[in-house]
Design a protein around this ligand. Structure first.
Ligand code: NAD
Length: 446
């Protein structure tokens, strides 16, 4: 089979991993973005964000000529390719509903380009969009601008992305499933053929469905994962009221039940990142607009809002007033192995600490440059975990980076003014730490 030529519009986390994944398997890929700086980095083989495994394959693909970054110029990339993945951002509006301005702008540009093109082309929406968007917004824009008919002159699919930041590139190469929502059979068949060729003998289950069901599968999956997190955090909060109870043991035992499973049962300071918070909010807003009030999801969100502030409450219980106290924060990224701080739980924690007059010093292995754009000089930045602990009255573990797991009780007792450790991610063994310092862990009964 002759490999189709591919373009990707919007090369952030999702778009770039898709583009590099395809290019690394020999497809010819054009990566298109409106952000000039991003494209310039990509063309030098430098990923614009931290993602394990991406750097090597990106520079290899650029060197081999399989991947090329292009600024804007949608007409050129549509003309020169057969399939286009759209992976632009879909942020939240202030009321929590989805902002489709980037999707609309990309659809208009693609429509205009399709007008000039003679051969068949399939547009694939990979961005997370609320049910009805591809059918009711993207398709009409493509038809209006191209003056052509969807399902006849060009194809349209909705193909949600399930990658996880921190292992995004590996997830692109090893998906659990592929969901293809198709406007018509030919569009769906074209995309299915691409995936079968891409994954070859390791093709995961492929679910063929309608555009709207594909859109909902993405939201339902993220809402389920967010629910599991808020659920186990609720159990953690109950554990804290029961002497001798430990949420870690509860979760391990629960996870052995095949109906429940062990994943996403780690109690902590809540979920963050660019997806769960925004997608839960968008699903709530979409559902309410359709006339159904999803009370369960409202509660999931509410738990996630209060959970990070528990770290501040624990600090206050140990120190009394926070005014003038030095608080060390270990971990800024919303999860390990990424520098992404979008909706990171550390943001409300630091804001509250500052509001109460504490002096904050923070350290993260990769997210410091991004943290500086958020907190500027309102906090201090340490160059290592140990330097962060120097003279601290209390330390809060916010992100469970592998390098923090190596810290010993002595690292805390020797460096801190008062060794008070708040383990917000249940990284450390309470038995080892409790005898050496004041140790407070989430979900541990007093
Ligand atoms: N990040 C994740 O883990 C993840 C996982 C699954 C799904 N998603 C979804 O995928 C989509 C993209 O997410 P992301 O995290 O990669 O976003 P991102 O913000 O990192 O990247 C989006 C990119 O689109 C570009 N862009 C915007 N308008 C454009 C246009 N008209 N033409 C060309 N480029 C344009 C931006 O410059 C940016 O580089 C979102 O809908 C998100 O919800 C994200």
């Amino acid at each position: 089979m002759k490999k189709p030529r591919i373009s990707v519009i919007g090369v952030g986390y999702v778009g770039l991993c898709t583009a590099v994944g395809l290019a690394s398997k020999g497809y010819s890929v054009l990566a298109c973005d409106v952000d000039e700086q991003k494209i310039s980095k990509i063309n030098q083989g430098i990923p614009p964000f931290h993602e394990p495994g991406l750097q090597e394959k990106l520079s290899e693909s650029i060197k081999k000529g399989n991947l090329k970054g292009v600024v804007g110029q949608t007409d050129q990339v549509i003309e020169e390719t057969d399939l286009t993945f759209v992976a632009v951002g879909t942020p939240s509006k202030p009321d929590g509903s989805i902002d489709l301005k980037y999707i609309e702008s990309a659809a208009c540009n693609i429509g205009k380009a399709l007008k000039q093109k003679d051969s068949y082309h399939v547009t694939i929406i990979k961005s997370t969009v609320v049910p009805g968007t591809t059918q009711n917004i993207v398709k009409p824009l493509l038809e209006k601008e191209s003056k052509k008919t969807c399902g006849v002159d060009f194809g349209l699919c909705m193909n949600p992305e399930f990658l996880r930041q921190g292992s995004a590139f590996q997830d692109t190469l090893n998906a659990d499933r592929v969901v293809i929502g198709a406007y018509d059979k030919q569009s769906g068949d074209t995309l299915e053929d691409l995936y079968k060729d891409f994954y070859s003998a390791h093709t995961p289950p492929i679910i063929r469905t309608t555009l709207s069901t594909a859109e909902l599968i993405k939201y339902a999956s993220n809402a389920m994962l967010a629910t599991k997190i808020s659920f186990i955090n609720t159990i953690a909060n109950i554990c804290e009221q029961i002497p001798g109870a430990d949420v870690k043991v509860v979760a391990t035992a629960m996870g052995l039940d095949k109906r429940i499973g062990p994943l996403f049962l780690d109690a902590g300071l809540g979920y963050g990142g660019s997806c769960f918070p925004k997608d839960v909010k968008a699903l709530i807003a979409c559902s309410k607009k359709l006339g159904y009030d999803p009370e369960l999801l409202d509660s999931v969100e509410q738990v996630n809002k209060t959970q990070p502030l528990k770290a501040v409450k624990f600090c206050k219980e140990q120190l009394g007033k926070l005014e003038g106290k030095n608080i060390a924060i270990l971990g800024l990224a919303f999860k390990p192995d990424t520098d992404d701080m979008r909706e990171a739980r550390v943001i409300p924690i630091i804001n509250q600490l500052l509001k109460e007059g504490a002096n904050v010093t923070a350290y993260d292995p990769v997210a410091m440059p991004i943290a500086k754009t958020i907190f500027d000089n309102k906090i201090s930045y340490a160059t290592s975990a140990l330097k962060c602990l120097k003279n601290a009255d209390s330390c809060i573990i916010v992100t469970e980076w592998e390098e923090f797991k190596k810290l010993t009780p002595e690292d805390f007792t020797k460096n801190m003014k008062q060794p008070i450790l708040i383990d917000g991610r249940r990284m450390f063994n309470p038995e080892t730490f409790k005898t050496k310092m004041q140790f407070v862990a989430l979900g541990l009964g007093k």
